[in-house]
Design a protein around this ligand. Structure first.
Ligand SMILES: [Fe+2]
Length: 360
């Protein structure tokens, strides 16, 4: 019988396990040759086992697009390129955290030039804007969420600034905007920031103050005015539904508008303690269904077009479990490309019940 590797979310009780399942410390969780039970699956989830290998008893289970032993992201994580990226990222994040904690304790300034040079070095280790998103997808291991999120937003904003043909000086400022945009969160109680799950209306009111508190912190520092404005206004929305002032898009600086898009995209696609990372296609779908009136339309369209193009040629899993490769982007709807599955093609634009659930 053939063996297939499957993710823990796809395993079902009754499947025949092909290899012993061990936890991190080598303890046997489930023996090869036995059939899975619900209890065993729960135990594997508890031990964060990402995938197991099963025997293929039903030939339909074997149909796929030539699945490799390792997924694209697992392979990328093993490359020197990723290790270098991750090392630089962790270095810059640690310096950033140290400096900000000092400023909050003792006052003074942070060295924004050296931090933004750090971000540029991280970007410099990537071959293209497209690859940055893959490397970011794999990293996200830095413990302190505010610092990792801020650096990710700085990186994504710089790439989007490039796609929008901003000047080099504006992209430099954009990076600094990204670094400091959420700095007010450092003075919000940690229990609220790290709360796993939805916030109460009162807690959300407290969270909202990170914009004005961030502005107050940055206002004492020697920074470009647009950096301070980005901290203050990155939650304003084009239709006036945002905070803290509820002003419409015409009152918001362009750099802040870029930060707003990068911020929401990062928050949607990054893993959180209470939910796993969302697939970029799901994030794009969410933007398209509710975001067009909330963000600068031309900035957002440029962003979404480029993001979806990033995944051309990638292997993806659809919501019905089909695995295939993206071979063509539909002009009418870039979240619904054409997928090749073996020698067949599925046009997602013509199959509204199907959507991309995961990039493999
Ligand atoms: Fe924020």
């Amino acid at each position: 019988m053939d063996v297939k590797r499957i993710g823990i979310n796809e395993v079902k009780s009754g499947m025949l396990v092909a290899y012993d399942v061990l936890n991190d410390s080598g303890q046997l969780l489930f023996p090869a040759g036995a059939r899975l039970t619900e209890k065993a699956i729960t135990r594997m989830r508890f031990h964060a086992i990402p995938f197991i290998r099963i025997y293929i008893e039903n030939p339909a289970d074997a149909v796929d697009d030539g699945v490799d032993e390792q997924s694209f992201f697992e392979k990328l994580r093993d490359t020197e390129e990723f290790k270098e990226f991750n090392e630089k990222f962790t270095d810059v994040a640690a310096t950033f955290e140290e400096e900000m904690r000092r400023v909050l304790r003792e006052g003074g300034d942070t060295d924004s030039t050296s931090l933004s040079n750090g971000v540029k070095k991280i970007l410099g280790s990537c071959r293209s804007g497209i690859q940055v998103f893959d490397l970011l997808h794999c990293s996200r291991t830095y413990d302190e969420v505010v610092f990792a999120h801020s650096l990710n937003v700085a990186i994504i904003s710089a790439v989007l600034g490039g796609w929008l043909h901003f000047s080099a000086e504006d992209i430099d400022t954009l990076i600094v905007c990204g670094i400091y945009h959420d700095i007010g969160k450092l003075v919000i109680p940690k229990e609220i920031i790290d709360k796993p799950g939805p916030l109460t209306p009162e807690e959300f009111d407290v969270i909202k103050t990170h914009t004005t508190k961030g502005y107050a912190i940055l206002n004492k520092m020697n920074l470009d005015r647009r950096v301070k404005l980005a901290a203050l206004m990155h939650h304003e929305r084009s239709d006036g539904s945002g905070y803290p002032f509820g002003v419409t898009g015409d009152r918001v600086d362009d750099l802040t508008k870029v930060i707003a898009i990068a911020d929401v995209y990062e928050a949607m696609t990054a893993p959180r303690k209470y939910r796993k990372a969302r697939c970029p296609f799901e994030a794009v779908r969410m933007f398209e269904s509710s975001g067009l009136a909330l963000y600068d339309t031309s900035f957002l369209m440029t962003f979404l077009e480029h993001i979806t193009m990033c995944y051309m040629g990638y292997r993806v899993k659809l919501n019905d479990g089909t695995i295939g490769t993206i071979v063509y982007m539909n002009k009418q709807d870039d979240t619904r490309p054409m997928i090749r599955v073996g020698s067949d093609y599925i046009n997602l634009f013509r199959n509204p019940e199907l959507y991309i659930e995961e990039i493999l």
